[in-house]
Design a protein around this ligand. Structure first.
Ligand code: NAD
Ligand code: DAU
Length: 333
């Protein structure tokens, strides 16, 4: 099988490529990545000889057509992925997430190639802290941010291309991932690398916002399972029952790194900040037999901390620029 992995130099995409190369040596992988600020060649270190890496844009029809035409399946991870950036400058999100998905859909339609669309639980909006509900495949779309609205729009394009043109596609919507090779702009790596630098972690608002954490390898094993065994036209939610509020997570990181649990600051809240995400992954578990392997969040967090400690050369070049983008938000409240 020949797979085209878009965004394969990003956080989840690069971990997907490492996982597939380790577990399915017969699979041929081509990575299509524009190497934006979020794409890192170093994330594919050790795989260069076995993976074909193309520096190109998912919105470029000629490049996409050429690569899709010689693939058996496409797994589409490439996206502008960070909510805070989407609030500062929405256009790249509209372009990559909507036009990029459209471009891929047209190519897989022309070549009749299997397509898996990687999306987010944020398309469903948010839940109240005291609401017992969780998101499921039938929850209505209600995105809050420029990022999540473009991901919602891209999901709807996929559904329309399945129904109108018979494209062989599946969609997955996953909750917050953690693990190695995540950009330092994101919550967990930002706080770990701040602590390494002697800077106090920054918690938006009251810090009680809840995210449903899942290890990136559990997400990627689910994506692989859906690609192999998912029903065409179906959506699967991916989550590992990992609900925690941000305050709890930052305190765990501080303690794990030998600091006082109270050694952080509350800063200006994110505009439109979603309160709570929670995933019901019963469909994925019952239909495809998927189960998370990383049940111990503290251990997963400790391994992630160790990875950032051991791989400073990977994240250091990005750190100052990422912190610069946060300057307007870093007002202690
Ligand atoms: P990331 O920002 O770490 O990586 C995105 C990758 O896409 C980068 O390598 C970047 O260079 C590439 N890219 C961006 N624009 C491109 C373009 N126009 N053409 C080609 N490549 C381009 O993102 P991530 O956190 O790894 O997320 C990957 C996917 O998973 C996204 O679709 C995101 O919406 C989805 N997702 C993420 C999470 C999470 O917790 N991070 C959870 C659920 C779903
Ligand atoms: O739910 C899935 C989504 O998870 C993905 O679709 C997105 O691509 C991914 O970025 C992530 O979105 P979030 O906005 O939830 O993740 P982020 O890491 O930016 O923030 C996690 C939580 O931590 C959120 O409530 C905001 C808060 N936060 C974030 C940063 C960077 C802080 O309190 N302080 C911070 O410095």
């Amino acid at each position: 099988m020949r797979i085209l992995v878009t965004g394969g130099a990003g956080f989840i995409g690069s971990n997907f490529v490492h996982l597939i190369m380790a577990t399915n040596p017969g699979v041929e992988v081509t990575v299509l990545d524009a190497f934006t600020y979020a794409g890192e060649r170093a994330s594919l270190a050790g795989l260069q000889s076995s993976v074909h890496i193309v520096d190109g844009d998912v919105t470029d029809p000629a490049t996409v057509d050429r690569l899709v035409g010689r693939s058996d399946a496409v797994v589409h991870f490439a996206a502008e992925s960070h909510n805070d950036n989407s609030l500062a400058e929405p256009w790249p999100f509209v372009h990559t997430n909507l036009v990029g998905t459209f471009t891929l859909l047209e190519a897989v339609r022309r070549h009749d190639v299997r397509y898996h669309h990687v999306s987010t639980d944020e398309v469903y909006g948010d839940l109240a802290l005291d609401d017992p509900a969780r998101f499921s495949e039938t929850t209505p779309y209600n995105p809050s941010s420029p990022y999540s609205s473009t991901k919602a729009g891209s999901d709807l394009l996929v559904r329309a291309w399945v129904r109108s043109f018979g494209v062989r596609a599946t969609i997955s919507n996953c909750s917050n991932n953690y693990g190695p090779r995540q950009h330092v702009e994101k919550f967990i790596p930002r706080q770990i690398t701040n602590i390494i630098d002697g800077v106090r972690p920054k918690l938006y608002g009251d810090g009680l916002n809840v995210r449903d954490w899942i290890h990136v390898d559990d997400h990627n094993r689910a994506v692989w399972s859906i690609l192999e065994h998912g029903r065409i036209g179906e959506t699967y939610l991916i989550g590992a029952d990992g609900e925690r509020n941000n305050k709890d997570v930052v305190e765990r990181i501080l303690v794990a790194m030998g600091k006082d649990a109270a050694d952080y600051d509350h800063v200006t809240d994110r505009a439109g900040h979603d309160r709570r995400y929670a995933i019901d992954s019963a469909k994925l578990r019952h239909e495809l037999g998927w189960r998370p392997w990383f049940g111990d969040f503290d251990k997963g967090l400790m391994d992630t901390i160790d990875w950032y400690r051991a791989n400073e050369s990977w994240w250091r070049p990005q750190k100052a620029a990422a912190e610069q983008r946060y300057k307007h938000q870093d007002v202690v409240v």
